[in-house]
Design a protein around this ligand. Structure first.
Ligand code: IMP
Ligand code: MG
Length: 369
């Protein structure tokens, strides 16, 4: 992922794929033109990289020149095309091939046709490396297209976002979800996860997704997924990961404008961690960190026994049950700690001390992400 000015872009088309597309275009044009010596005209600025690579691959003699037009402002095409440098030579009777980096709305191409209206060229051929069919709203024929791409803003290989990105040898696509901070929050029973999640969600404007709450909500409201989940539970079976993931997906989609999410109670297995990564990737986003509250067993036991005195929760009253729950937590999460540590995303935070101090420690981790 890269950041240009205020926006994030993800890798989209590799150098190798671009090279192949340019080669194919060059081969096709050379084959069609035979011994006709073409004048290739690049449309500046965007096409400089394409033209350079293209003419090096072109197997026969040719001429090369440029015209300079400008249309884009930021990430939006504008109707108003400025002619900054026009034709500087007589092209009558010549075969002209326009080399465009990208054709989007077709406004620039319309201006190109206007420029050639009275030039009496033998033929005017249009070649573009990238083409966005969903955005194109003109009727001009495109004779050669390197690659059709979806209607999303791209940068690299000559294309810029407000001046940046032209130098990149590969192409990046604008992320539809801009930068989010997504955390997986972990902690043994009694670590204070719930309390801290509440502070973090306020402070960073994150959406707290507790898998337990999501399950209860879906079952109580008898959503399709809730009914499905319950059918497994009624048979005493584990709810398949995919059902849980689908529920989480719905939660994420309900909060598309969020700054990020705190996942609580999920993932619990390696497969779930992978599924969560995939879910975030599909949303053009990612898990940034697994934050685990680290609290010594003896402190946990003391805290939970204390809580048991007032909460009335039976599993908070018995020391050996408490110790078992803590042990189970470490057995189950060790593999997840590895999973995120391998991606340099594991952050252990000392969870002993007063609540504010712990929040400060957690914030220090999140602020650095
Ligand atoms: P059109 O006039 O809308 O067809 O757009 C053509 C020009 O807009 C191109 O020559 C580029 O300069 C610019 N452009 C179109 N789409 C993109 C994009 O996705 N990224 C960067 N520039 C673009
Ligand atoms: Mg251009």
């Amino acid at each position: 992922m890269i950041k240009l000015h205020d926006l994030y872009f993800k890798p989209f088309i590799s150098e190798q794929e671009i090279d192949t597309a340019v080669q194919n275009m060059s081969d096709a044009i050379a084959k069609d033109l035979g011994d006709e010596m073409p004048v290739f005209i690049g449309i500046l600025n965007g096409s400089f990289m394409l033209v350079s690579d293209f003419v090096k691959k072109y197997p026969k003699p040719c001429e090369v020149t440029f015209i300079k037009l400008a249309s884009y402002e930021g990430v939006k095409s504008t109707e108003d095309i400025q002619r900054l440098i026009g034709l500087t030579q007589d092209l009558s009777g010549r075969t002209v091939v326009i080399l465009e980096d990208i054709i989007d709305s077709g406004n620039t191409l319309e201006e190109v046709h206007r420029i050639f209206e009275n030039e009496n060229v033998k033929q005017l051929l249009i070649a573009t490396l990238f083409y966005k069919p969903e955005a194109y709203n003109k009727d001009f024929k495109l004779h050669y297209v390197g690659m059709e791409i979806p209607n999303k803003f791209i940068v690299g290989y000559g294309l810029d976002y407000d001046g940046l990105g032209r130098d990149l040898p590969e192409v990046y696509q604008l992320k539809t979800t801009q930068h989010m901070t997504n955390l997986v929050l972990f902690g043994p029973p009694g670590a204070g996860k719930g309390t801290q999640a509440n502070f973090l969600k306020e402070k960073y404007d994150l959406v707290h997704i507790s898998t337990g709450d999501v399950f209860r909500y879906n079952i109580k409201n008898e959503t399709a997924l809730g009914i499905l989940a319950k059918s497994f539970m009624d048979k005493g079976q584990l709810v398949p990961d995919q059902v849980t993931i689908d529920m989480l997906n719905k939660e994420v989609e309900r909060n598309t404008g969020a700054n990020g999410f705190i996942f609580d109670g999920f993932p619990r297995t390696y497969a779930q961690a992978e599924a969560l990564d995939k879910l975030m990737d599909d949303k053009d986003s990612q898990i940034n960190a697994m934050v685990a509250l680290e609290v010594d067993d003896e402190v946990l036991v003391k805290r939970l026994l204390e809580r048991g005195k007032t909460s009335g929760r039976a599993d908070d009253a018995d020391e050996s049950i408490i110790r078992n729950r803590i042990k189970e937590y470490y057995t189950k999460t060790a593999i997840l700690k590895d999973y995120y540590a391998k991606q340099n995303k594991y952050y252990g935070v000392n969870g002993v001390g007063n609540i504010e101090d712990i929040t400060v420690r957690l914030s220090a981790v999140i602020d650095k992400l």
